[in-house]
Design a protein around this ligand. Structure first.
Ligand code: TXA
Ligand code: MG
Length: 339
């Protein structure tokens, strides 16, 4: 999508003045602020309702000086950057001493990513002459589903747009649809590279570059909102049901006059229900997932039933998001069926 440069310039000037601008990336929409302006960062935490100790990701223009932001760039970081930037990969590296701790939620590390979305890149090039960093969490309220179109951001922040959020830059639908893969390289000596959050770039692709599989986070891993057990959740309770049980579960719930909204892969007779069917191909599924959850959440049903996705490597990031979305709803299905 092309964008008038006047709109990009207006967004860059707002960011330079310490204001908040929502903008598209290839993963999800971000809620951006100047990463070096603590007052602007405080606005992000307030707008999202996000705890101040949850670190933000800093977005850089292609070719920006990474060395300005981080204490060191180990060889594995260079290899991952050569393979995957610009793109949906966030690297956690030691934070340079002069970068405000607020952006990292007080951590001594910092999350950095270089997005591939042309509008994000144009904004990063226009902001502070291409040498600034835009801190941006996903542009949703804390714990909620991430936005993949500009309208989702408007739905989420409604009346605050023009006051709390100064501008929403519309760059069409995010191609990837789920948040970036996060690899922690901040404790390489002791733990090696760690996969903090799975994403479109999967463990096998990382392993091919690293020459080893990334480890899984330990209990001492830095806090990451996207790694909380409950996250990415619609307001309606959400449960996952195996493909073999799907038709029968839906039939029982309907027979008991429970209103069900359904996200499914397999074909079936689900007439009378609010349904979204997504392709059984992980990249297409991820692309449509968050819009589907928003649609089903708006149906006003008692329950969102999601057909469980395959438990295979290409589905890992999707399974991860669905499990977190379902976390608060344990026992809900049993309660509805057997009460
Ligand atoms: O795809 C994405 O990453 C999107 C787009 C806008 O770039 N952003 C995003 O941001 O998902 P957010 O804030 O919703 O999630 C970023 C995750 C959080 O879970 C945060 O805690 C983690 O990155 N993170 C950032 N810096 C970190 C650090 N220094 N150590 C550990 N985790 C960090
Ligand atoms: Mg988020």
């Amino acid at each position: 999508m092309t964008m008038p440069s006047s709109e990009i310039d207006a967004a860059a000037r707002l960011l330079e003045q310490g204001r908040l601008v929502a903008f598209p990336t290839e993963t999800v929409y971000g809620l951006g602020a100047d990463a070096e302006n603590p007052a602007a960062l405080a606005r992000i935490f307030a707008a999202k309702g996000r705890p101040a100790d949850h670190p933000l990701i800093v977005h850089l223009a292609p070719g920006a000086d990474l060395g300005y932001w981080v204490g060191s760039v180990p060889a594995v970081a260079q290899q991952l950057i050569a393979a995957f930037w610009p793109g949906p990969l966030t690297l956690i590296l030691p934070r340079a001493a002069h970068i405000p701790a607020a952006v990292a939620g007080g951590q001594s590390s910092i999350g950095i990513r270089c997005p591939s979305h042309p509008v994000a890149q144009a904004l990063l090039r226009a902001f502070k002459g291409g040498q600034g960093g835009i801190a941006a969490p996903s542009a949703n309220r804390f714990g909620q589903v991430s936005p993949t179109i500009a309208q989702h951001v408007r739905d989420e922040f409604g009346t605050e747009i023009g006051s709390v959020i100064d501008m929403v830059v519309d760059g069409g639908q995010s191609a990837v649809g789920i948040e970036s893969t996060i690899v922690d390289l901040s404790r390489l000596e002791s733990l090696g590279p760690l996969l903090l959050r799975p994403g479109h770039i999967d463990a096998a692709q990382l392993a091919a570059v690293l020459g080893r599989s990334p480890g899984l986070p330990d209990a001492a891993a830095p806090r990451a909102s996207g790694t909380l057990a409950a996250h990415y959740a619609p307001r309606t309770p959400l449960v996952m049901v195996s493909p073999t049980d799907l038709s029968e579960t839906v039939r029982q719930l309907t027979a008991m006059k429970r209103t069900v909204a359904l996200l499914h892969l397999q074909d079936g007779d689900f007439s009378g229900l609010q349904t979204v069917q997504l392709a059984a191909r992980p990249q297409e599924y991820a692309h449509g997932l968050y819009a589907a959850l928003r649609t089903l959440d708006a149906a006003g049903a008692a329950l969102i039933v999601v057909e469980a996705v395959p438990d295979t490597a290409p589905w890992q990031a999707i399974g991860d998001r669905l499990r977190r979305a379902a976390y608060g709803s344990t026992g809900v299905l049993e309660g509805l069926l057997y009460k």
